[in-house]
Design a binder for this molecule. Sequence first.
Ligand code: SRM
Ligand code: SF4
Length: 645
Amino acid sequence: MVKSAPAPTTITRNPSKVEGLKENSNFLREPVATELLEDTTHFSEGAIQILKFHGSYQQDNRDNRVKGQEKDYQFMLRTRNPGGFVPPQLYLTLDRLASEYGNETIRVTTRQGFQMHGILKKNLKAAIAEIVQNMGTTLGACGDVNRNVMAPPVPYKNSAEYQLAWEYANNVADLLSPQTGAYYEIWLDGEKAISAEESPEVKAARQSNGNGTVIHDNEEPIYGTYYMPRKFKCSVTVPGDNSIDIYTQDLSLVVITNDKGELQGFDVFAGGGLGRTHNKEETFARAADEICYVAKEDVYDLIKAIVATQRDYGDRTDRRHARLKYLMNDWGVEKFRSQVEEYFGKSLEPFKELPSWKYKDFLGWGEQGDGKLFLGLSIQNGRVKDEGEFQLRTALREIVQQFNLPIRLTPHQNLILYDIETKDKQTIQDIFSRCGIVTDPTKISQLERYAMACPALPTCGLAVTESERVIPQILDRIDAVLKKVGLQNEHFVIRMTGCPNGCARPYVAELGFVGSGVESYQIWLGGTPDQTRLAEPYVEKLPINELESFLEPIFAFFKKSREKGESFGSFCARVGFDAIREFTENYKPESSNGNGHTKVRHRVGVRDDIYNILKAASERQEKSMTDIVYEALKDYFNKQGVQST
Ligand code: SRM
Ligand code: SF4
């Protein structure tokens, strides 16, 4: 069934401003190329939008804003690493650049990339050039193109399925990589970097025209002059492994093999996405739908058909309504399928049944199936840094240098070192121990293990409140409430963002915090431990200083009425919000100071650096942080001669 080719991408009806910028950019060259040469601290609004396609955001340190003074402009750089792969040479380069040009940290992202912050405009070219010359890229890490392609990070060398997921994550990334020469012209003075050879099938697929999917005589055969209407996100996984949060992606492939482990084809999901805006109901998080099965020979044509559908029919007039999820929602899955069939040139095959999804984090030491080992390392919010007695950056540098180990970044802001010889295990373990880094995942806080927070303040221009900087304290406070109601050792998936864009995917968490005002959060409940369902908003604006009184009744209800083995998120979804509200209204806290009154705890804030020292001391001395602070302050005031009244 070959149908007529649809009209190529043209923009009618009031295109958004960014569409005009793309059109006039000469395939992402201007105004970036010209403004980069100017002796300024920042770019114009137009250049900022085009710069994103090159993998960089203009930011300013919001802690340093002073009324009437120029902002403290700096740039964030994001790398694109399909399946989270980071060769040792690239890791060591990023580590060095973080000192030379950045803020001494590198940060694993929720899509398996690295971000560096704090780079000045005058150093941007040198930083990008070094990344490209050392087996990395930032091209297409941001902007209206396909973003980093995710895949399960575990290096199971004896699993054909996992190897195929890696291979196809790379191939999808190559297929949808921008073809413009702009990137190399601007950052490398036209020198093309040496990169891994593209598979010939991918090369052919980029040119072969299936019913209008390719735009001829265009520098960008798949995207065309206007690129995508908005960002586009893909993942490739294996049946049952939801480490990549499949329901949140625009397009996902699930590897289907036969009994001998030979690739047959892929199940295809599409239409997921999370970004929303508070108080705008027309924006929402959406879970991806099961679309079809596709044979391996046709997979690139199918991807091109889905991309072309979004490219040509996605909303280019309103960027808040431009993601594929809105097209899918407006059309319905059936209409979407039939448009995809037009571009694909044949009927879609029915989706093949899959086993249920499990979230896997692959932390700790493991065997990779070829005699070598891997080590999955938990990194708080993905931030690789040296701080006090925790010298993670130093440890990783030393280990990668000494053993030349490749890395896979995980979708949960962690990393996996792999290809480790068994004889090197002890030396590596010793380096981590010397640097204060815990490698045994059972020895870290289990709430922290399953938690994520986005960067938010001070770098993110869209943050309405804190996220990464406050989550450690918030997890400790949640832990204390759990202990108070008798739920010690309970853990569940907690995710926090500083605004509703959803960068740490809070809408599939069991307990989601979504910044909705200064020091207040919208609270989402009801996701699952395996991220297979969207949560729902329970409270619009919780002032964070009311966290304990808010959570205690909910946890008490959970303890009292949960079913055997039921997780917190599933409990909330099963009993429903009305029942939780009713229980909360009638709840009487059990703990009291002995005379019937609830004990009053006053709250004061401590800065990050002191908090980390305090936390370490509390773990070392096995005393609560409150007790340590109490003793220290008592001592201080005694010395000052101040008595309590
Ligand atoms: Fe994101 C914008 C950070 C994953 C949805 N995201 C931003 C910006 C660039 C802020 C901006 O536009 O000025 C943030 C930079 C903060 C900073 O200071 O570094 C930012 N997003 C991140 C990262 C670094 C969060 C993290 O904790 O790791 C993640 C980078 C991933 C990567 O390597 O590519 C990141 N962002 C996500 C995800 C999760 C995912 O992709 O799996 C989402 C939700 C999924 C989705 O896209 O639907 C996400 N980010 C957004 C949105 C809302 C998009 C929408 O459809 O409405 C924005 C704002 C926008 O695009 O206008 C945004
Ligand atoms: Fe910034 Fe909001 Fe994304 Fe957090 S969720 S990084 S605050 S855009």
